[in-house]
Design a protein. Sequence first.
Length: 205
Amino acid sequence: MLKLYYLPGACSIVPHTALVWSGLDFVAEAATRELIKSPEYLALNPQGQVPLLVDGDWTLTQNTAIIDYLNDLVPQANIHGGGDARSQARARQWLAFANSDLHPAIGLIFGAARLADGDDAQAKFKEKAKAKVIGLYASINNALANSDYLSGSVITAADVYVYTTLRWAESLRIDLSQYAHLPAFYQRVENNAGVQTVLKQQGLI
């Protein structure tokens, strides 16, 4: 049976949702900051991060890798939206954007205390980082101008990742009010049955 380690509210929401969509048998274990730095966990994932997927005696890390693996195991689950090669490639493009651009940019804000000394320097650092994050959502808003989801009419793992970053942006009080299409998108993703299941399992609602 598959096992997923996650931190509640972290980016591991995405593979957790993909697992629910897949219909595969799995267990999800809420980790702690202490657990992911323990020798036992580091033996499985030397980076000391989540998500971590365990499949028997085999382990896999990194969101995009785990999601692709689940999609390969159960292609009919349409984790990348199904459809033709181009539509699935578009879903993967947005997944990569969320993972490689949005997530690290928001991570700078969370990590300001490690990257700047003193309250004033940290405040200035956060403001610059927030400005960068706000700019990154422009292309997302544009993509949603004529479709419900980033790659069309079907929800994909990429949408769940962007939704997760929007949860973080809200907690950080990043003002995204200039983007008219984000609120309805946020609600559509949150209303998805699989997303609802994960939010409840992680104690987020």
